[in-house]
Design a protein around this ligand. Structure first.
Ligand code: COA
Length: 410
């Protein structure tokens, strides 16, 4: 029998968690996790595949907001908990769940969907393209010192509710400034700061250092965990950064310096960071900071292409007619005239003949400025240039001086 795709009911949540944790090869206490998620998850966005009453697939999203180049924000759906049971894989169940929730996203007028791909080959076929390049910075703290004087202003703190609200304000200020960042969910804060135990992950037990500027306002913080290691009586410990936000260069330098200069520490590691992080430029020996595991971060799927293209900023002038191939669009494609530039942009449906035909997933890769469009098109079978040089014009148009980054994983 073909499994039924429908929204999950409240009393099915424990079975839902069992299905998705099985596909993720994890074994949490499913009843406790379901209790914890019940007030948090929006069941309108929570889809299951049901085979004779047994849940064999999961797919959900949550509402967020994406900051785009130039600082505008778009309503976005963040996709997670995507699984199909090992017994039911490769029968088109994921494809049917995608269809159901994508239709709901369009009805909710969400301009864009976002996700992190467990495996690279899964999502291109559904219109998603890797939209952000990220890296893990690994600092060999034993082979460098920092340029300049330590500026102070740092305290180690124990998280409490008042401090949580100050940290939240820092992240909120940051995410409005930086293309690729999304609005975080409020409920995460208590888990992330160890104020509340998570039924899935346990209680976060790490350290928190905050930076305050001359006025006393909190303008940066780092949340991190330590692993001790000793070799031949020598300290070789590692600090792993869970969050590092700094609203100015002083705070950024002071926070990295604190970690690198902590006794017993040989290595400091920070995942999900921008490749153009300023870290190497803080050091007397820039090679002590290595960008490891450069990889695709968040993926981007444009639904409302004209709205998305009109919302973002452009650093150069350019005009062209794009034909965007999208299996989910009426007729399988949309033709749009884009007149873009630093002083304003319009993007409207048109009947004019196209300059460039390309896949919506390639546009998702270039949208935030994370990847060159001229490379991204190859992942989706190439682009058709109907006017000479159209791909080069589009490629230059979508580039941004600042690299986008998303520091929130979901
Ligand atoms: C990834 C997963 C959800 C796919 O579910 P599924 O029901 O087997 O997928 P479908 O049968 O609907 O596949 C749709 C298409 O995607 C392809 N596909 C699915 N998963 C793929 C993978 N991991 N690698 C390559 N291609 C994949 C299928 O071959 C199929 O291609 P086709 O349209 O050309 O025939 C499932 O394998 C799973 O739960 N994996 C483990 C958990 C995981 O990685 N989840 C994703 C988290 S981001």
């Amino acid at each position: 029998m073909t499994p039924e795709i429908r929204r999950v009911r409240d009393d099915e949540l424990a079975a839902y968690v069992d299905a998705l944790s099985t596909a993720f090869l994890e074994r949490p206490d499913t009843v406790k996790v379901a209790e914890e998620l019940r007030p948090i998850w929006d069941l309108e966005r929570t889809w299951g595949a049901f085979d004779g009453g047994r849940i064999c697939g999961s797919f959900r999203s949550w509402a967020t907001e994406l900051t785009v180049p130039g600082g505008a924000r778009l309503p976005a759906a963040a996709v997670s908990a995507v699984t199909v049971r090992p017994t039911h894989r490769r029968r088109g169940i994921l494809r049917r769940m995608v269809a159901a929730e994508h239709a709901a996203m369009r009805e909710r007028d969400e301009a864009v969907a976002l996700l992190y791909a467990s495996e690279y080959p899964i999502y291109g076929r559904f219109g998603y393209g890797p939209g952000i390049r990220e890296t893990a910075w690994v600092l060999d703290a034993t082979s460098t010192s920092f340029l300049g004087e330590a500026s102070g202003g740092i305290q180690l703190e124990s998280p409490d509710e008042a401090l949580r609200d100050e940290l939240r304000a820092v992240v909120e200020t940051w995410r409005l400034r930086v293309a690729g960042e999304i609005r975080r969910r409020d409920f995460r804060w208590d888990f992330d700061l160890g104020l509340r135990e998570s039924a899935w992950d346990g209680r976060w037990k790490g350290f928190l250092a905050v930076h305050r500027g001359a006025s006393g306002t909190l303008d940066g913080y780092v949340r991190y965990r330590a692993t001790q290691k000793w070799e031949h009586g020598q300290p070789r410990g590692t600090l792993e950064i869970d969050d590092l936000y700094a609203l100015n260069d002083d705070a950024h330098a002071a926070l990295w310096r604190l970690l690198a200069e902590t006794d017993w520490v040989a290595t400091v590691k920070a995942e999900r960071r921008s490749l153009s992080d300023r870290l190497p430029w803080l050091l007397t020996n820039a090679r002590a900071a290595r960008a490891e595991d450069v990889a695709d971060g968040m993926w981007v799927r444009l639904f409302d292409v004209p709205r998305a293209l009109e919302a973002r900023g452009y650093e150069r002038e350019g005009s062209l007619v794009l034909e965007v191939v999208d299996a989910e669009a009426p007729g399988g494609r949309a033709r749009l005239r884009l007149d873009a530039g630093p002083n304003g942009t319009t993007c409207r449906p048109t009947d004019r003949s196209p300059d460039l035909t390309l896949d919506v997933a390639a546009l998702g890769s270039a949208y935030l400025g994370g990847y060159p469009l001229r490379y991204a098109v190859f992942a989706r079978g190439g682009a058709d240039e109907h006017s000479e040089g159209a791909l080069a014009v589009a490629d230059a148009l979508f580039r941004t001086l600042d690299e986008p980054i998303c520091t929130t994983f979901f």
